[in-house]
Design a protein around this ligand. Structure first.
Ligand SMILES: [Mg+2]
Length: 259
């Protein structure tokens, strides 16, 4: 069984595993502390491409979690890494926030709206009709269409918000072109994270709260998968999927002793 493999590195989802509505989930601090104290390589993953790791570090600190910037891996960083592998020092028209544009700049990319190699769509809270129109015209003109994550909605205290995948669908409807999505459930997100910390899939665990993103992508990347029940999945829902996690635990508190 995969759960009996020795685990030498950890990847963990953020929302629903470590934090919920901007509050730390009990056990999260102890889990992160155990990883740090033992020098175990780990990364905290998020499909959200709005924020830079520095922003997220500050947000996690507000929630009561102390995490270093270098321990955070966003879909924007995974996208920038992917693009710089595909076309080093390329050009992009980016629709997104600092999380995306900073990652692209740091990966050696130039931002331009004149004949870019890529149109890169990320999460934003201020989608502009003008920017989307530009993106559509550039894609029709031959730019490759990349999207940081396929999530169609995101959570907020007032209710769901339209997310990157929903705006990508709008652009696809107007261009007839589908994007390549880099974030979860694409196992690419995990492979780039593993490379970042020098970890190997057969000795790495993934902790997540969603079967259709965290667990399936972890499984496809060859990781041991832990499903926690503090997020969007209940124990009864697990059996509705044609695949299963390696282990189901109540919360991240149950994983402290496994580090
Ligand atoms: Mg989650």
């Amino acid at each position: 069984m995969p759960e009996e493999r020795k685990i030498a590195a950890w990847l963990t989802d953020m929302d629903g595993v470590l934090v919920h509505e901007e509050r730390a989930i009990p056990g999260a601090n102890e889990f992160i502390g155990a990883l740090r104290d033992t020098g175990t390589p780990f990364l905290i993953l998020t499909n959200n491409s709005i924020y830079t790791p520095r922003d997220l570090r500050a947000r996690l600190a507000n929630s009561g979690l102390d995490v270093e910037e270098k321990s955070i891996w966003t879909s924007a960083l995974a996208t920038a890494t992917f693009l710089s592998d595909q076309v080093p020092n390329g050009s992009a028209f980016a629709v997104g926030e600092a999380g995306l544009t900073t990652a692209l700049y740091e990966a050696g990319y130039t931002m331009t709206d004149r004949d870019p190699e890529y149109v890169v769509l990320g999460e934003t809270r201020t989608y502009s009709f003008e920017a989307i129109t530009k993106a559509i015209r550039l894609i029709k003109g031959g730019a490759r269409f990349i999207c940081t994550n396929p999530d169609t909605t995101g959570p907020s205290a007032e209710g769901p918000l339209p997310a990157t995948g929903a705006v990508a669908a709008l652009i696809t409807a107007a261009t007839g072109r589908d994007p390549y999505f880099v974030g979860k459930p694409n196992p690419m997100m995990f492979r780039s994270a593993l490379n970042r910390i020098g970890a190997h899939s057969e000795h790495t665990a993934m902790v997540g709260d969603r079967m259709d993103t965290d667990i399936i992508a972890g499984m496809e990347a060859g990781l041991t998968t832990f499903l926690v029940l503090t997020g969007s999945t209940s124990r009864e829902e697990v059996d509705k999927f044609p695949f299963r996690p390696s282990v189901v635990v109540d919360s991240v508190a149950d994983l402290v002793g496994r580090v």
